[in-house]
Design a binder for this molecule. Structure first.
Ligand code: ADP
Ligand code: MG
Ligand code: ZN
Length: 615
């Protein structure tokens, strides 16, 4: 806006300059001559000395018979002849010289007035012109803000950008369902014959980066019908009331082009649960949401418009949106399993020079919990690593390195630990790893490192042995012990505790508490304590209401404490028993800074003797 103001001042300056120029060059002949009194003029007329008088308003230019020029002024409320008669000049004498009336000249106001009238108008026009130009360059919405900025996908796209079902790995079930919906659009008669109703809306649900947008883009290219796409947040902006009119225009466009698909990405931006007082602009959102609901209800039975919504927060969606007749089909996109991950990796490696030693199976195995977007990022990071090292191909090494980068942030080699810090860190991580290796239910250690990364000083990378959707109590207890491994190892070795375990302790407390209040795994029995509510605008969950007594609260605290105390006892028992192994792991860590899975397994197996490790 600063620039607009600058332009504005600049324009004003130019106008002032122009008007003063006009004033300057306006010929002011009257001012150049000597000025005499009117009575003097009257006398001269009576003597017959004057040849001609030029009148311009009240100004007079008097030309004498001998060629002299003077100026004078007459009374402003009477004419020249009248004034002369008043001064005692006779009628004949007046007829004895010429009177010439000229248009009045010279007042600066005469020039300034039109400028002053038109200037604001010009500025006004110019102002709106600039804004509209800027808006067009930017979001393109100032003047057309009532129309939805929906993009039409399909025919006219660059071939490189075209996403097809082939570019979407895994997600077979989701693909099938989407195809079916597209089939509805293409051959509606087939379904009508059976009395089936075409689904109005399909909701793609899944964690971020699982390919919801990608799948929709593939549908756009594969369906062969017009595909309109818009992001949910585009409805909630700028002016109140814009959202709902945008929805109207969007649905109108889609209906005009039916059969067509209308894709609303990140629909949770509008469809949030209507919670009074939470988050700004909820009223606007509500209007927009209502408009969507109304539009979807307004479809006639045979309207060939299908709305596809995508969200990663289905729990915050208003239940009205999920009612049958709106988004009545829900397609869940899960995080990919090992097979899916391998396929996604394959897709993203297609156009990259891979070395023969690259083993995508191993990478897929090491990346549970990675989303499609994470994997795409991983492959890209590996390519960057390889390029930075001036390699001709991407090797397995680069892939493994980028897994950690994606997980924990970049390595910070510059962050040097002092000798003492390094020792503490080594024992801490060795503690985690050793405890993990000693409890069968714990996750498998893949790597230990005391090279700081992102926010952590050192880390132990442990991953589940196989993929799981549910966790058991004994696994949780194992997790508690492993989390305490670092803390206990420090205590055991140095008889002192450092701040290095802060993060671990936070996790321990939360987990132990959840065991009691959420999972019903404590003595208190299968009860869920406290009312939890997710806070959509912050993306976390919080206990909003305590629906239990003071007595229960004490019991919960006690149970939580018991879980932690027992886990600590177990951890200390393990570490004391395997003290020698702990020392051995720590020693190798101090020397080499990272230990990979195989070496770690060798270290645990070896009993007693400490072998010298070569770098
Ligand atoms: P979201 O579910 O959050 O909308 P996107 O569809 O935007 O996720 O996915 C982000 C990126 O992740 C995609 O552009 C693509 O490169 C990659 N990706 C995600 N899932 C897959 C998949 N199943 N197959 C191939 N690439 C995927
Ligand atoms: Mg998306
Ligand atoms: Zn730790």
């Amino acid at each position: 806006m600063n620039k607009v103001l600058q332009n504005f001042l600049f324009v004003i300056l130019i106008f002032l300059l122009i008007s003063s120029l006009f004033a300057l060059f306006n010929p002011q002949i009257f001012e150049k001559s000597e000025e005499v009194s009117f009575s003097q003029i009257s006398q001269d007329i009576n003597q017959g000395n004057i040849k001609e008088i030029i009148v311009s308003g009240d100004d007079l230019l008097i030309l004498y018979q001998d060629g002299k020029q003077v100026t004078s002024r007459k009374e402003s409320d009477s004419s020249l002849t009248q004034s002369l008669i008043n001064y005692g000049v006779s009628q004949e004498k007046i007829r004895g010289f010429q009177i010439k009336i000229e248009k009045e000249k010279g007042s600066i106001w005469e020039w300034l007035m039109p400028v002053l009238i038109f200037l604001p108008l010009l500025i006004f026009i110019w102002f709106f012109w600039t804004i509209s130009k800027q808006a067009k360059a930017g979001a393109g919405q100032t003047f057309s803000f009532l129309k939805a900025p929906a993009k039409l996908f399909g025919s006219g796209k660059a071939p490189g950008e075209k996403v097809t079902f082939k570019d979407v790995a895994g997600l077979e079930g989701a693909k099938e369902e989407v195809k079916e919906v597209v089939d509805f659009l293409k051959n509606p008669k087939k379904f009508w014959k059976m009395g089936a109703r075409i689904p109005r809306g399909v909701l793609l649900i899944g964690p971020p980066g699982t390919g919801k947008t990608l799948l929709a883009r593939a549908v756009a290219n594969e369906s062969g019908v017009p595909f309109f796409s818009i992001v949910g947040s585009a409805f909630v902006e700028l002016f109140v009331g814009v959202g709902s009119s945008r929805v109207r225009s969007l649905f109108e466009t889609a209906k005009k082009n039916q059969p067509s698909i209308l894709f609303i990405d990140e629909i949770d931006a509008i469809g949030k649960t209507r919670m009074p007082g939470v988050g700004g602009g909820h009223e606007e959102r509500e209007q927009t949401l209502n408009q969507i609901l109304a539009e979807m209800d307004g479809f006639e039975r045979d309207t060939g418009v299908i709305v596809i919504g995508a969200t990663n927060k289905p729990d915050v969606l208003d239940s009205a949106l999920l009612r049958p007749g709106r988004f009545d089909r829900r397609i869940v996109l899960d995080l990919p399993d090992i097979k899916g991950r391998k396929e996604i990796l394959k897709i993203h490696c297609r156009d990259k020079p891979l070395s023969l030693d690259v083993n995508l199976d191993e990478i897929a195995e090491r990346t549970p919990g990675f989303s499609g977007a994470d994997l795409a990022n991983l492959v890209n990071e590996a390519a960057i690593f390889a390029a930075r090292k001036d390699k001709k191909q991407i090797y397995q090494e680069e892939f493994l390195e980028s897994i950690e980068k994606v997980l924990l942030g970049p390595e910070r080699k510059s962050h040097l630990l002092s000798k003492k810090e390094k020792e503490i860190c080594a024992f801490h991580e060795a503690g985690h790893a050793l405890v993990a290796a000693s409890i069968p239910e714990a996750e498998q250690v893949r790597k230990i490192s005391i090279v700081s990364r992102g926010m952590v000083a050192g880390y132990t990378l442990a991953l589940p042995k196989e993929e799981k959707r549910i966790k058991t109590k004994s696994e949780f207890l194992a997790e508690l012990s492993v989390l305490l491994g670092g803390f206990c190892a420090e205590k055991l070795k140095f008889k002192e505790i450092s701040t290095g375990a802060t993060n671990d302790l936070e996790k321990v407390s939360l987990l132990a508490r959840n065991l009691v209040t959420k999972y019903g795994m404590s003595k208190l029995g299968p009860i869920s304590f406290g009312k939890r509510e997710s806070m959509p605008f912050l993306g976390w969950e919080a206990e909003t209401e305590r629906n239990y007594s003071e007595k229960i609260a004490t019991a919960i605290d006690k149970e939580t404490e018991r879980f932690i105390k027992e886990a600590e006892k177990k951890t200390i028992r393990i570490l004391k028993k395997k003290r020698k192994t702990l020392e051995r792991i720590a020693k190798v860590l101090i020397e080499k800074e990272t230990i990979e899975k195989e070496e770690f397994e060798n270290l645990i197996k070896k009993k007693g003797k400490i072998k010298k490790v070569k770098r």
